[in-house]
Design a protein around this ligand. Structure first.
Ligand code: FEO
Ligand code: CA
Ligand code: CA
Ligand code: CA
Length: 575
């Protein structure tokens, strides 16, 4: 058989066409149904979704499935199926009374917005009618912007983390802008704080010192929060609590099996706009965590623990005691993980962790085209990162100099980010030296450069594995299944015109890591982003998140972000 025929046989489905309509499509022989949508009650005591009350009451807003689902992971525990799911942000124009026009007017309304974000942990079960939430399960739990957490690791207790309410610098309320996710070998959930900066504002002139102000500038903490929290909750007012933003931007660990457990923010993993946290074990048992910082021209990171993971052993310190590295990519397709230490950065250790972006700039890390999800291949020693796009890559300012990131690092084109005004994105792949993810050397290539070969014939056509049948842009979510197939989710331009003609709505594709062939598996409703992917324990169901789904999906206006369950009609394996 030909190479192409072998590649085609790699996929257990017939690829589907691009779509521009308002619903979800999957291949023939597969079906989808909604598992949970924004406003669905997790307990009997909560009201159901109520279209007349912005989805539901303030009172029950911490007992319902939150809005705008993102990263998620499944857990098997005592024969039960648990799932933890992020809720990245809210749409106040949908959550608040219509006359508010999307602006909170009271402290209660702010509390409602805070409750609808964060994380849902819930038990799910498959019955005759498919998968459903187990209402009133003891595992059902909402974690939101007011849930108490603990700061752990080398920076915990540092002066920059202390506030009037928490003079210890170790107790913090809430996890913000929960984007991608991760899962540890010991069965805990990692939720990643991305655009935390947008929740803070200042009600008067700042009196913070220069170091704090420099941090605000690098991380984009501004004068007005996106939801005006600062007007009703002083914690978010940087004029009153200048250190509160430093207590966010971390990776947070949650034990889904213990609803009374306190989530832990791990300072050892650094502070930036975390996309996801991909955990993999080195051959010697050290814990390796790959992480991306999703902003134009920011960096890729890796943490390697000092300690060894042993099943059933203590996990204390495995996400805090270790070395944090930033990636440097060379033109010859090699690369190096550069340790962020006082010696390499000139910064003290706690400040390296709190102002990680500055530390990575200091060692000359490679500016990337917005690192989104990273996934490792369970059947090969390799990792992939979606570099979603970068409209400013290689673009000049009025004075003729090339644009920089917020730290002043120049965003000229470089080998893994080779296109100016990169509107399509690419996926970079690296293989660690010695097949050891703890190694500080790697080789790399571009798995795919997204593009449009039906419109362009230059670099914007994309790599050879792009074709009229699989057009997409802005790869974002990603997971590799147990067989080694690379599942790619998109969050890009879906106007289906011009440079994006033929791409249709945002979608999910599957890629063969060996041949590079990529085929389309799912299309979402127009306006949505497809993000978050996890499998049931028996690998016969795939859970996929549909974020900001656009008008009317899945059951009439207004839109409701939801997680769907996808199965083969013959109940075959899907991962
Ligand atoms: Fe929340 Fe970078 O996506
Ligand atoms: Ca994302
Ligand atoms: Ca994105
Ligand atoms: Ca998003």
């Amino acid at each position: 058989t030909s190479v192409l025929a072998q590649a085609a046989s790699r996929f257990a489905f017939t690829p589907i066409q691009a779509q521009t309509d308002g619903t979800v499509h999957v291949p023939d022989g597969y079906s989808w149904r909604v598992l949970a949508a924004w406003g669905d009650p997790l307990v009997s005591a909560a009201d159901g979704y109520d279209v007349t009350q912005g989805g539901g009451s303030v009172e029950h807003s911490d007992q319902v499935f939150g809005e705008n689902t993102d990263g998620m992971e499944t857990f098997s525990y005592q024969g039960r199926q648990l799932i933890a799911i992020n809720h990245e942000y809210v749409n106040p124009d949908l959550n608040l009374p219509a006359q508010n026009e999307g602006v909170a007017q009271t402290a209660d309304e702010v509390i409602k917005l805070q409750n609808l974000q964060g994380v849902t942990v819930m038990e799910i079960a498959e019955g005759a009618d498919g998968w459903a939430v187990v209402k009133d399960s003891p595992f059902n739990r909402r974690i939101h912007h007011r849930t108490q957490m603990r700061l752990a690791g080398p920076a915990a207790g540092h002066d920059l983390l202390k506030t009037e309410a928490d003079p210890t610098g170790t107790v913090v309320l809430g996890t913000l802008n929960n984007c991608g996710s991760g899962k540890t070998p010991w069965g805990t959930y990692l939720t990643c704080e991305e655009n935390f900066n947008g929740y803070f504002g200042a009600t008067e002139a700042l009196s913070a010192d220069e170091k704090v102000i420099a941090g605000y500038r690098r991380y984009g903490v501004g004068d007005e929060g996106r939801y005006q929290y600062e007007l009703f909750d002083a914690r978010f007012d940087t004029a009153k609590n200048p250190n509160e933003p430093h207590r966010h931007g971390w990776v947070v660990e949650i034990d889904p099996t213990d609803p009374t457990s306190t989530p832990v923010k791990h300072t050892g993993l650094g502070r930036f706009k975390h996309e996801n946290a991909e955990v993999v074990l080195a051959p010697d048992g050290r814990v390796v965590v790959y992480m991306g910082d999703d902003e134009r021209g920011e960096f890729l990171y890796k943490f390697v623990s000092n300690g060894i993971y042993t099943p059933g052993g203590s996990t204390e310190g495995l996400l805090d005691d270790g070395t944090l590295y930033a990636a440097r990519f060379e033109d010859d397709q090699t690369g190096e993980w550069v340790a962020l230490t006082p010696e390499t950065t000139g910064m003290e250790m706690a400040e390296i962790l709190i102002f990680t972006r500055m530390a990575a700039s200091a060692v000359g890390a490679t500016t990337m085209d917005r690192p989104e999800w990273i996934a490792t291949n369970p059947v090969a020693a390799e990792a992939y990162c979606c570099l979603t796009n970068n409209s400013r890559r290689g673009v000049k300012t009025d004075d003729g100099s090339i644009r920089t990131n917020a730290g002043g690092d120049v965003m000229a084109v470089n080998a893994p980010n080779p296109r100016e005004t990169n509107e399509y994105g690419q996926i970079v792949r690296w293989r660690p030296e010695g097949d050891d993810h703890a190694s500080d050397r790697f080789t790399w290539d571009l798995y795919v450069m997204a593009g449009n070969p039906t419109v362009h014939s230059d670099a914007y056509a994309g790599s050879a594995n792009m074709n009229a049948g699989n057009l997409f842009n802005s790869p974002d979510g990603m997971a590799i299944d147990s067989t080694g197939l690379v599942w790619i989710q998109t969050d890009g331009d879906d106007d289906n015109e011009g440079d994006f003609a033929g791409m249709g709505n945002n979608q999910m594709l599957a890629g063969d890591p060996v041949t590079g062939e990529i085929v389309r598996f799912l299309t979402g409703p127009k306006g949505c982003e497809v993000t978050g992917l996890a499998w049931s324990a028996d690998l016969r169901t795939m859970f996929v998140g549909i974020q900001h789904p656009g008008s009317g999906w899945p059951n009439g206006s207004p839109e409701r972000s939801a997680v769907i369950a996808i199965k083969r009609d013959d109940n075959g394996l899907v991962g």
